[in-house]
Design a protein around this ligand. Structure first.
Ligand SMILES: Nc1ncnc2c1ncn2[C@@H]1O[C@H](COP(=O)(O)OP(=O)(O)OP(=O)(O)O)[C@@H](O)[C@H]1O
Length: 285
C-alpha cells in the first residue's frame, strides 16, 4: 500500500497532503570556508488533520526543518510546498492566515498588552475595522481558556502557561488551517504542561487543524501525535505511527524512547490505548 493511503470504513482513501518536502538540502556556510549540511535529500509529507511530531537528536535540524516549512530558510536544493504553493509565497502579507506559529519562548511583544498581542496579525493585515479586530482577539482569548479580565494584562504579569496561551491565541487569530509548534510545553511545570496539551488537543479536534510540532517531551509527544517523524543522518529515517516508530531499529529511537523516561511514557501510551481514544480526528483520517 502506498504510504499516503489508508483503509477507512468506506474503503481506500487518499490522504490530502498539506506540506510536501522533496529532496531538501539545507546548508549553512562555516566561517573560514566550507559548509555544514544539515539536511541531505530529505523527504517529508504532512497530511491534512494530523499532528506530526518531529523528533531527533540535538542539532539534527528539527528547527531548521520547521523554518524551511515556514519559508524562513532557503533550501540549498529541493522543494517545499505548503497548501499547494511554493513555500516562498508564504512569507509576506497574509502569511498568518495560512500558517500559525508558536515559538518556543512564546515571543510576545513586551510593550503590548494581551489583547494587543493577540490582535497584532489582524492589525498588520489591515483587513478588518478596529471594532471587529478587538472582537476577534477577545474571542481567541477566550478560546485558549483566558478570561476577558486578562485582556489588559502586560506580558510581564503572566505565568509561563498564560504566555503560551496568549501566543497560541495570536497564532490562531487569523484562523490558519496549519499550526507549527516549537517545543510547545518547554519550560512549563507538569500541571501547566498537561493543561496546555489538553487545550492543543481540543483545538486540533474542534478546528480541524493540521499541526507540525517539535518536542523533546515524551508526554507531549504521546498525548498529541498522530504520527512521528524521526530526523537522523540528515534526513527523515521514518515517519509513521508511534507504534511503528517504536518498532524501528535505530540507535536514536532506542535511546529516545526506550530509556527510563521513554518506558514511563510508553506505559502512558498503553494506558491510553485501553482507555477511550483521545484523538477522534486521528482515527477518522
Ligand atoms: N542560521 C544558521 N547559521 C549557521 N548554522 C545554523 C543556522 N541555523 C541552524 N544552524 C545549524 O544547523 C544545525 C541544526 O540546527 P537546529 O536548530 O535545527 O537543530 P535542532 O534539531 O532543532 O536542535 P535542538 O534539539 O538542540 O534544538 C545546527 O548544527 C545548527 O548550528
Amino acid at each position: 500500500m502506498a504510504p499516503d493511503t489508508l483503509v477507512s470504513e468506506k474503503g481506500l482513501t487518499q490522504l490530502e497532503s498539506v506540506i510536501e518536502v522533496r529532496g531538501l538540502w539545507s546548508a549553512f556556510p562555516i566561517p573560514g570556508g566550507g559548509q555544514v549540511v544539515v539536511h541531505k535529500d530529505l523527504d517529508l509529507t504532512v497530511n491534512r488533520g494530523e499532528v506530526l511530531t518531529l523528533v531527533g537528536g540535538s542539532g539534527t535540524g528539527k528547527t531548521v526543518l520547521l523554518r524551511q516549512m515556514l519559508g524562513l530558510n532557503t533550501p540549498a536544493k529541493g522543494t517545499v510546498t505548503v497548501l499547494g504553493r511554493p513555500v516562498a509565497e508564504l512569507a509576506g502579507p497574509g502569511a498568518a492566515a495560512r500558517v500559525g506559529m508558536l515559538f518556543q519562548q512564546g515571543a510576545l511583544f513586551s510593550a503590548f498588552n494581551v489583547l494587543d498581542n493577540i490582535a497584532f496579525p489582524l492589525r498588520e493585515a489591515k483587513a478588518l475595522p478596529e471594532e471587529l479586530v478587538r472582537e476577534a482577539a477577545l474571542l481567541k482569548l477566550q478560546m485558549v481558556g483566558l478570561k476577558p479580565t486578562d485582556a489588559h494584562k502586560m506580558p510581564a504579569e503572566l505565568s509561563g502557561g498564560m504566555i503560551k496561551r496568549v501566543a497560541l491565541a495570536r497564532a490562531l487569530v487569523m484562523d490558519p488551517p496549519l499550526l507549527m509548534l516549537d517545543e510547545p510545553t518547554a519550560g512549563l511545570d507538569p500541571d501547566s504542561s498537561d493543561a496546555f496539551c489538553d487545550l492543543l488537543q481540543s483545538l486540533h479536534q474542534e478546528l480541524g487543524l493540521t499541526v507540525v510540532m517539535v518536542t523533546h517531551d515524551l508526554d507531549t509527544l504521546f498525548a498529541l501525535s498522530t504520527r512521528v517523524a524521526v530526523l537522523a543522518e540528515q534526513r527523515v529515517i521514518i515517519a509513521a505511527s508511534v507504534e511503528e516508530v517504536l518498532a524501528f531499529d535505530h540507535p536514536f529511537i532506542h535511546h529516545f524512547f526506550l530509556g527510563e523516561r521513554g518506558l514511563r511514557a510508553m506505559e502512558m501510551l498503553r494506558d491510553r490505548k485501553t482507555a477511550a481514544p483521545r484523538n477522534e480526528l486521528a482515527k477518522g483520517q
